[in-house]
Design a protein around this ligand. Sequence first.
Ligand code: FRU
Length: 491
Amino acid sequence: GDYEGALRPQVHFSPPKGFMNDPNGLHVGANGLYHVYYQYNPTADVAGNQHWGHATTTDGYTFENQPIALFPPNNETFVFSGSAVVDVNNTSGYFPGQDNGVVAIYTLSNSTSQNQNIAFSKDGGYSFEPYKGNPVIDIGSTQFRDPQVFWHPQTQSWVMVTVYATEFTVGIYTSSNLKDWQHSSNFSHHGLLGIQYECPNLVEMPVEGSNETMWLMFISINPGAPLGGSISQYFPGSFNGTHFEAVDSVARIADFAKDNYAGQFFSGIPGTEKRLSMDWASNWQYTNNVPTANEGWRSSMTVFRQNHLKKLPNIGWDLVSSPFNITSQFSQVLASNSSLGNNSILLDYSSVPSGALYFEANITGLTPDTLAGSLNFTFTSSVSGENIQGGTIPGGTTWLSRRNTNWGAENPYFTDKFSSEGIYSGSENGTWTVSGILDRTILELFVNGGEQSGTMTFFPEQPLDTLRIGAKGIPQGAGVSVAVWALKDAW
Ligand code: FRU
């Protein structure tokens, strides 16, 4: 593919051409290679004709496009979302003498049914052969999809979560061989319902400051998110191999902006210390309209994110989500100031070939009585004057704005401002940090190392090339530091 287009992210995955939505089949292969599959329409730049596209990466940023992995079985039936596992112990019986067999578990969808199917790969996840006994689960429904499967060592069993979408229900199934599945329980009508549940994940999560783990039920809803369209929510809780129980009934939203959906967690990483995920960085409300089609492609993913749970004093359980190993993509320091005070830095980064930056601003030395001031940033195009902006108040709200970019003003769904108000407030240790990845048409913002995150796409007519970042109104006794790095051109 041609990744030279001015709108093409350079440290984020986007498809070679055509349309992409959900990440699928995320897993770490036997040799430590990361496999990313995705909902893919290779023949048009709008959703439809769903295949599983495929790419691999050793570092989470430098991707190699691979041949399409799963094709529609006929021209009315499509390959919808699902997951993949490495069948190390050959439980399926399909991989004698092999410990790197990959099994994809996915939905086949047409106008009369949605059911769950599997396919086997003997070559480490590149080519797949559908199981002759498909479908492996069929309940006679047209709204039954998105199976996520993982190995549960405590019960020596495979577990699947999959949605009865319009019944707002996650079905939990178990299997010893990935072919025969037993229904175990349902998790239903929790949190925000929207119009449908989609893309469930159930994962064991590390807990900050403890050796314990907790389970996380992650559910995407679309349409009907609070800001419109699609968003994901999560429920911390416990899981015994057959039943999931949430700690409470709170609907925790994973992202305070509007371009983060259908996230999936990787399977196959031993232990839970490196719990990685990737999300689709778009929204069903406007994904088929964004102007990247002029360059022949639509949609990018978030970067790989590292996740854990943390109990915050004021709001309780929180999913902390931050970029995986981003320092590996630093090319040079563009600015660094550890005593900025109530000032700002102005940086022209038009000479950075990737157009992609990582930035971080910190306030230290705050006390509960002096939570004041703000950290602020603006990325501007020196040619068109378009900009995007953001900021955060210590102990309080974080916001983002794309209102000053030309594309989207006439689209009623392309919400122009976002804030975390009501989702979060508080501060620990007298510090407050904001960091982010700016990559041409996508910004991923993280507060306090990922206690809050916001994913925002935007489509300037001219490339953004100037950053102003700094602090205002920070109290006496507090310190401000700012640093900005250029990111490598991963494509
Ligand atoms: C979520 C979703 C899934 C479905 C897929 C189809 O974005 O609607 O429920 O499997 O996309 O492309």
